[in-house]
Design a protein around this ligand. Structure first.
Ligand code: GLN
Length: 478
């Protein structure tokens, strides 16, 4: 029996290379968990039928002495990343049964390693949401309390890792979609610098925010995956050069900025604040200097740009070129019928709002102004990172909520207050498990809700996040 609870990529590598177990054994162990749990949790939209064949190929390579870091490692992939010949839907009816005609660059890199793809995971339609409730294929449930959401939009990917249905997974992060579900499910979620991982083959939500990132059980595992999938790509002109990354020096005294004003606002859950204050104290005890900094609330800015880019990006799903097609009396009616039937409510809302903020009379007041504010924010951040090395916040202002509890969109948007800023300025960020919160109705079942903290670093300072993350896991994790 393989102990999946304590297994990490690092440990699995040692066991696979040492022939303690084979890639086929490992894949079988995960398939058995999926068989047991996926029906209830709905983390996977599809489990591939060739998993054992992939694992067998990995074993053949291992037998020849190949020990690539991800060879034989079973991964779950968010349903927004293209794998040639396999279905990909962005959890939308409009792309139901759509088959990818090419591999995303991140997937090519994983295939070269010999990673084993278990299946594609559930998400909010087109990565719009914070709870995975906006999927056209049903909500994904949080394994810590199945009445609650797993966070979003990469909810399926986070749940797969948190419930031993995958050793690690890929998500995508536009405004928190890797970090947020990682915090709600008690795992590690890492958002690289914008352009750190190629967007080629990632179905676009907001092209100037989107980035692919790993969800794992440990920081070290996140680093292993990032090191494989990162890199400049001729097929993505926004990908950063390979020599972009900062060499870190851990010798000097590191300064962590904490935006206390933003954290002490109304609306931040008190248990989260308590947990966060303990984390800050622990960092202080470890010798880090804590500095009070100011961070603006960037939600309005984020959502204006989000709506605008979503409305333009999703215009391509017109029923002519991809997926669903509904026949009307003329082309306009084709469009109306297809989009009406194919897009969910939140997606339609964002397309409408996006068309509004981009329309002739309102462009300057909304989108134009937002772009100016974004440039100013980026400048502010560059200055900020000359004063501090890292910025620390909770990942989410509230813990996992009950399914259906947040029926108005605005209250859901507010959950993104700490995560969207990193996407607006393009800096890397990571969410780390920081302990648990007791909830009355869970206590009887001996269950608790996981909490997470977020660390941001300056552009290209991923290695700093990894080093601090490992230190945090070893010394602080509550
Ligand atoms: N919750 C944010 C939104 O709805 C972020 C989603 C994401 O990162 N894809 O836009």
């Amino acid at each position: 029996m393989i102990d999946l609870d304590t297994l990490t990529i690092t440990k699995a590598r040692v066991a696979l290379d040492g022939k303690i177990f084979s890639a086929v054994d490992l894949a079988k162990a995960y398939l058995a968990e999926i068989e047991k749990k996926n029906k209830e949790l709905n983390a996977y939209l599809e489990v591939y039928d060739d998993v054992l064949d992939q694992a067998k190929e990995a074993d053949e390579r291992i037998a020849k002495g190949d020990s690539s870091p991800l060879l034989g490692i079973p991964l779950a992939i968010k349903d927004v990343i293209l794998i040639k010949g396999r279905k990909v839907s962005s959890a939308s009816k409009i792309l139901e049964n759509y088959t990818a005609s090419y591999d995303a660059t991140a997937i090519i890199k994983l295939k070269k390693q010999g990673a084993v793809f278990l299946g594609r995971t559930n998400m909010d339609e087109f990565a719009l949401g914070s709870s995975t409730e906006n999927s056209a294929y049903g909500v994904t449930k949080n394994p810590h309390d199945t009445n609650r959401v797993p966070g979003g939009t990469s909810g399926g990917s986070a749940v797969a890792v948190a419930s031993n249905m995958a050793l690690a997974s890929l998500g995508s992060d536009t405004g928190g979609s890797v970090r947020h579900p990682a915090a709600f499910c008690g795992v590690v979620g890492m958002k690289p610098t914008y352009g750190g991982v190629s967007r080629y083959g990632l179905i676009a939500a907001v092209s100037s925010f989107d980035v692919i990132g790993p969800i794992t059980k440990t920081t070290e595992d996140a680093q292993i995956i990032f090191d494989v999938i990162k890199g400049n790509d001729i097929l993505d002109s926004t990908s950063v050069p390979d020599n972009f990354y900062e060499k870190i020096s851990l010798k000097k005294e590191l300064i962590i900025g904490v935006p206390w004003d933003l954290i002490n606002q109304e609306g931040i859950n008190l248990e989260i604040k308590k947990n966060f204050e303990e984390v800050v104290k622990s960092f202080e005890n470890l010798g880090y200097k804590i500095k009070d900094i100011k961070l603006p609330n960037c939600l309005a800015l984020y959502y204006i740009i989000n709506f605008a880019e979503v409305s333009t990006n999703l215009a391509r799903f017109d029923g002519v070129r991809y997926g669903l097609h509904k026949d009307g009396k003329n082309l306009l009616e084709d469009y109306l019928l297809t989009k009406g039937a194919g897009f969910g409510k939140e997606t339609r809302r964002r397309i409408l709002l996006g068309a509004y903020v981009l329309s002739a009379g309102y462009y300057d007041a909304y989108y134009g102004k937002a772009q100016k504010a974004r440039i100013a924010l980026r400048k502010e951040f560059i200055e900020l990172f000359s004063e501090v090395d890292l910025i620390l916040t909770p990942t989410s202002p509230i813990p996992a909520w009950k399914i259906g509890e947040k029926s108005d969109p605005l209250s859901m948007y507010l959950a993104d207050i700490f995560t969207v800023t990193a996407n607006l300025v393009g800096v890397p960020a990571v969410s780390l498990p920081s302990g648990f919160m007791e909830i009355e109705d869970l206590a009887q079942a001996g269950k608790r809700l996981p909490l997470g903290i977020q660390l941001m670093a300056s552009h290209g300072a991923e290695d700093l996040l990894f080093e601090i993350g490992k230190k945090f896991e070893a010394n602080i994790a509550l």
